[in-house]
Write a protein that binds this ligand. Sequence first.
Ligand code: ADP
Length: 316
Amino acid sequence: MIEFSGVFKRYGQVLALDGLGVRIEPGRVTGLLGPNGAGKSTGMRILLGLDHPTSGQALIGGRRYGELSDPLRRVGALLDARGVHPGRSARNHLLGLARANGIAASRVEEVLDQVGIARIARRRAGTLSLGMGQRLGIAAALLGDPDVLILDEPLNGLDTDGVRWVRSLLRGLAAQGRTVLVSSHLLAEMHQTADHVVVIGRGRLLADCSTAKLVGDAADPVVVRSPNPGAAEVLRTRLPSAHITVGADGDPDALQVAGADEGAVGAAAHAGGLVLHHLARRTGTLEAGYLRLVDDEIEFAAERSEGAGHVAHAAQ
Ligand code: ADP
C-alpha cells in the first residue's frame, strides 16, 4: 500500500504539495489525475525518494523508499522513459539493471517478451520510437516482479494498440493483487483503465473515489417523456429531493430530473401511475466529472484569494 500523510513540498515560492494525504490500495488500478502543475510528478518523485518532502511523509508498505532493502523487487517505476542511455541496446539496459539489483538475467527475456519488444531488443535505445521507448521503460518497471507499480504517463507516445495493451497489462497486474498507481492526462483512457481515481489540484486532494462515482456524479439528468398532463407535479411529489424541470432537448413534453437515478425515476413514475414514452440517462464521462471538480476548485481558490484580499484590506 502507498500512503501520503500530510505531505508538503515547497520549491521557493511554489507550494507544489499542500498537505497531501491519501492511501493507494492494492488490487486495483488507481489513476492519478490533475491539471498541469497540480503536483502529480512531485508526489511520485517524493514517493520514489527522488525528492524530499518539506514535511510529512510518503510511504510504500509502511517504509520510505530509501529504507527498502530491495527496492527494485518491491517497487517498479516509470518516470521518464527517456532516462535510458541512447547508445545501449534495450536488452543491455535491462541486463545492467538486473545485474545491479541481483535479478536473474533470464528475467530480462521474460519482460522483453511481456512488453512485446523481444524482436528489437538488440537495437540501441536511442533509435527506438517513443512508443517502443515507453515499452522499454515499462519492462524496466516490471523487471523485479514488484508488488507496487508507479507509472507517470505510461500511455504517452503509444498508438491505439499500445494503449490497449497497457490497459490490459495494468488491469492484469492489479488483478494479481498489486498496487498500481498511474498518472495520465488521457481521461477517456483512464475511464477505461482505472478502477479508482485520486484527483489533485494545487497540491491538494480533490477526490479519492471510484472511477464510477466520479463519472456518475457528472452524469446528465434523467430525461423522461410522458403523455400524462401534470407528470412533472407527480414526479415532484414522489421525488422531493430531485430537481425537476419541464422541457429538455428542445422538447416541451420532456422532463429533466436531476438528483435521482433512472431506477428511482422509473419507480416514482410507476407509483404515480404515469405512462412513460421515454426514460434515459445520458452516460457521464470521466472528463465531465473531472472538469467539474477542477472547475469547482478553481472557483473556490478564486473566492479564497478574494477573501484573503478582504482580510488584508481590513487589516490595513
Ligand atoms: P504535475 O506533474 O501535476 O504537472 P508537478 O509536480 O510537475 O505537477 O509540479 C507542481 C508544481 O511544482 C508546479 O508549479 C511546478 O512548476 C513546481 N515544480 C515542480 N518541480 C519543481 C522544481 N524542481 N523546482 C521548482 N518548481 C518545481
